[in-house]
Design a protein around this ligand. Structure first.
Ligand SMILES: [Zn+2]
Ligand SMILES: [Zn+2]
Length: 332
């Protein structure tokens, strides 16, 4: 009998990852999408309110409410980039307790699940990039990698291989354990209740306006993170590794606080700058970490030497412009 599909029936208990077939990107086996209706409804609601919030932002909301929400937007974004991403997932630098707490609260403002959950998914994203074990496999296109993956049940490969991701450092982190333990009341208060109540009590906003603008801000935060998974995996040059999907995307870096230098990031995920550029004006998250390094709360910042970057580019790059680190090089 000839093999009829790419699916493998697992009939024995598999303990080691090596016992599973190796996944080579880009890879996406045919699949049936099992929609999670709760997520579809909540996402749909949040996006409708976002449209309404945009209307209220132009017509009714006070400038104080808008500035307040913009500040939360920036804090939340950096809570994802400098916190969940660079510190906790990639361990690209170390942070003392006060900074861990600040980042956890900022990360809570963004509510992208708990940071513990986020780290597991992102470690899988790097380990199995653009295959079925990557939670937001970009091989399935823009919409799936952007937000579609959150509207359907996880691919079986994600469930199967999730247990091979080492999470011991994360489970040992008391700050992240706190966020997970009190997730519903804590995230509910920090991300939604306070950002609604503060404009009501201090800026004289109605509940309707304060709530709609808060939800709009939350949805904007989600989409800038989503763009790193979608646009930065689909469009851009690949000066460091032409054999992968992640690419250098300047527009994404602009909106995502310095996280669009994605070909570099997948080539050198441990660099705390998430970019070859270092401290440039797009990389707000790097400036944030540098500030805390200056006062001593961030330390052991990891970077990649320029000659290592250059030799990787010569070996596996596509020859496209390394606009990233050229200016710094020229001064050397
Ligand atoms: Zn990626
Ligand atoms: Zn990453």
């Amino acid at each position: 009998m000839a093999p009829s599909s790419t699916h493998t029936e697992i009939t024995t208990i598999v303990e080691n990852e090596e016992d599973y077939p190796k996944l080579v990107a880009p890879q996406a086996a045919p699949r049936k999408y099992d929609i999670v209706y709760f997520n579809l409804l909540t996402f749909g609601y949040a996006h409708l309110i976002t449209l309404y919030g945009m209307y209220l932002a132009w017509t009714t909301a006070t400038w104080k409410t808008l500035i307040f929400n913009h500040i939360i937007f920036m804090l939340a974004a950096v809570g994802v980039t400098a916190g969940a991403h660079r510190l906790w997932t990639h361990r690209a630098y170390k942070a003392k307790m006060p900074l861990q707490i600040i980042l956890m609260v900022m990360n809570t403002l963004a509510f992208q699940n708990t940071a513990i959950h986020w780290v597991r998914e992102h470690r899988m994203h790097h380990r199995y990039s653009d295959t079925d074990a990557d939670p937001h496999n970009a091989t399935r296109g823009f919409f799936y990698s952007h937000m579609g993956w959150l509207l359907v049940r996880k691919h079986p490969e994600v469930k199967k291989r999730g247990k091979f991701v080492d999470m011991s450092d994360i489970y040992a982190n008391p700050v992240l354990r706190f966020q997970k333990k009190y997730a519903i009341p804590f995230i509910g208060t920090v991300c939604f209740a306070l950002p609604t109540l503060i404009p009501m009590y201090f800026f004289g906003e109605t509940f309707n306006t304060a709530w709609s603008i808060a939800i709009m801000r939350y949805v904007f935060n989600l989409h800038i993170t989503f763009l790193v998974n979608s646009a930065a995996h689909l469009w851009g040059g690949k000066p460091y590794d032409k054999n992968m999907m992640p690419a250098q995307n300047l527009s994404v870096s602009f909106v995502a606080f310095g996280e669009g230098f994605h070909n570099y990031h997948h080539a050198f995920p441990w660099d705390y700058r998430t970019a070859e550029l270092g401290n440039n004006w797009l990389n707000v998250s790097t400036k944030f970490i540098d500030f805390f390094a200056w006062i001593g709360w961030a330390y052991d910042l990891k970077t990649v030497p320029n000659d290592v970057v250059r030799s990787r580019a010569a070996r596996t790059g596509d020859g496209s412009n390394m606009w990233g680190y050229t200016p710094r090089d020229k001064t050397e």
